[in-house]
Design a protein around this ligand. Structure first.
Ligand SMILES: C[S@@+](CC[C@H](N)C(=O)[O-])C[C@H]1O[C@@H](n2cnc3c(N)ncnc32)[C@H](O)[C@@H]1O
Ligand SMILES: [Zn+2]
Ligand SMILES: [Zn+2]
Length: 437
């Protein structure tokens, strides 16, 4: 169907009082439930002001079609509006220019934020799925084994297993007796996202540090290993204060933190056993030794120039102040040594890729993966996405029980780098299919 184009600027469908707002609104509501599934191309990287593609397709069509056109029909038709140019000087994740491009328009986009421009280039640039997969295979050959080796451990029976997540706790030194105090808000390690369906809870014994499953109420637990009775819903850190596990005095956490970034220690892990079953376990001496080796390797790799750590400092602002109060002053402070090592290796391997476009695309994915691989992430539990990412609070709130995900990932792990790659490939596949012919 050929739709006549109007030539004046004041005579368009969108100017009508009865423009099909309700029609667009209904579509937009449906799209908003799973934006990233409906239009994956705009989600190759996190963005904060994600617009709905259906709204922008409707607005663009409304802005060029004559008043007699029917938006409900035109919305589902293919268009070739090559004589229309769209400039979005604040393009963000590129919804406007992406939708305009799909209508055959000539598009120009810019943004002050380089993350936005890189993401849009990745989403809409000249790259196909095959090239991304070739680059991924090169990465896998170069670093996969090295990174996965950082997440090897043993299960309760002493058999080798892969770690899906390490569980960490923030610590502060008691001002009265100098005990290093774990700041546990509770002793619940994990519960299911749907407690009505699966009511089992994983708890940690504050006396012997074992981690085990309970089926009944978490406020009256008897440890299966040492018989200690405790209320797992209450830890020794609540709000701004903590109770010392040594002298029992109460102290202000922020003043105890002092002038260095808080220390964290590993207390548990979720592993994937050889029989593909998951198991929660307390941290072992071998796990602690393995982490120490990571720190030593990181130091050596940085010295040898094989890893470059992020050197940027945070700048003071509403969203950074809370992290800065806790002395997270450089972006490198947001990661533990194993994360810096694994992510550092991965970044260098990406920079070594020969295909420039694929390198750019994988750097975008790498940047996206950082959201789930740092000390500000926490555990959502089972039956859901597992890792609560660092922006879930809208400010950078230091996490008292951070979760460290397996950076490369293994079966049944979330937040891993290849998952981003899978999403990117499906995004590309979708765009390739949706390009106007
Ligand atoms: C709400 S988003 C835009 C959404 C976008 N138009 C779309 O279609 O999805 C606003 C964007 O403006 C960008 N921005 C803010 N100030 C800017 C400036 N002075 N120059 C260019 N971009 C700017 C921000 O980085 C942000 O990406
Ligand atoms: Zn115990
Ligand atoms: Zn004390």
């Amino acid at each position: 169907m050929t739709i006549p184009m109007t030539t004046t600027t004041d005579d368009h469908l969108i100017e009508l009082d009865d423009f099909a707002f309700e029609f667009l609104s209904e579509l937009a509501e449906r799209e908003s439930w799973r934006k990233e599934i409906h239009r994956p191309i705009y989600h190759v990287h996190k963005w904060w002001a994600q617009r709905l593609g259906s709204v922008f397709r409707g607005l663009l069509l409304g802005a060029v079609l004559p008043p007699e056109a029917d938006l409900r029909t035109a919305f589902y038709q293919q268009h070739s509006l090559a004589n229309i140019s769209v400039l979005d000087p604040f393009m963000g994740s590129g919804t406007t220019i992406g939708e305009a491009h799909k209508l055959g328009m000539t598009v120009l986009g810019r943004d002050i934020n380089p993350v936005a421009t890189r993401s849009v280039r990745t989403a809409m640039g000249p790259l196909d799925r095959r090239r991304i997969l070739t680059a991924y295979n090169a990465l896998s050959e170069n670093v996969e084994q090295r990174i996965r080796a950082l997440f090897q451990s043993t299960d309760r029976r002493g058999l080798p297993c892969e770690v899906l997540y390490y569980f960490w706790v923030m610590q502060a030194r008691c001002p009265d007796c100098a005990t290093m105090v774990d700041l546990f808000p509770s002793h619940i390690v994990a519960r299911n996202a749907n407690p009505k369906r699966k009511s089992h809870v994983q708890v940690r014994c504050p006396a012997c540090a074992d981690i085990f499953q309970i089926l009944r109420s978490a406020d009256n637990v008897t440890c299966v290993s040492c018989d200690f009775q405790f209320d797992a819903t209450k830890g020794n850190a609540a709000g701004a204060k903590a109770t010392c596990t040594g002298c029992k005095s109460s102290f202000l956490i922020l003043s105890a933190v002092g002038d260095t970034r808080p220390h964290f220690r590993i207390f548990g892990k979720l592993v994937l056993r050889g029989d593909r079953r998951k198991e929660y376990l307390p941290v072992s001496d071998d796990d602690l030794a393995s982490y120490c080796r990571c720190s030593a390797t990181l130091e050596a790799e940085v010295k040898a120039g094989r890893i470059t750590l992020p050197s940027l400092c945070l700048t003071d602002g509403h969203n950074t102040r809370q992290a800065m109060n806790y002395n997270f002053l450089r972006w490198a402070d947001f990661f533990n040594d194993r994360q810096l090592l694994a992510l550092g290796w991965l970044r260098h391997a990406i920079l070594d890729l020969e295909d420039v476009d694929a390198r750019g695309a994988l750097l975008t994915l790498f940047s996206g993966a950082l959201e789930f691989n740092n000390l500000f992430t926490s555990y959502k539990g089972e039956g859901t996405g597992a890792v609560r990412h660092m922006f879930s609070h809208h400010i950078l709130k230091p996490e008292r029980m951070p979760i460290e995900a397996n950076v490369w990932g293994c079966p049944r792990a979330r937040a891993a780098f290849p998952i981003y790659l899978g999403a990117a490939c499906s995004a590309r596949l979708n765009t390739e299919m949706r390009q106007p012919s």
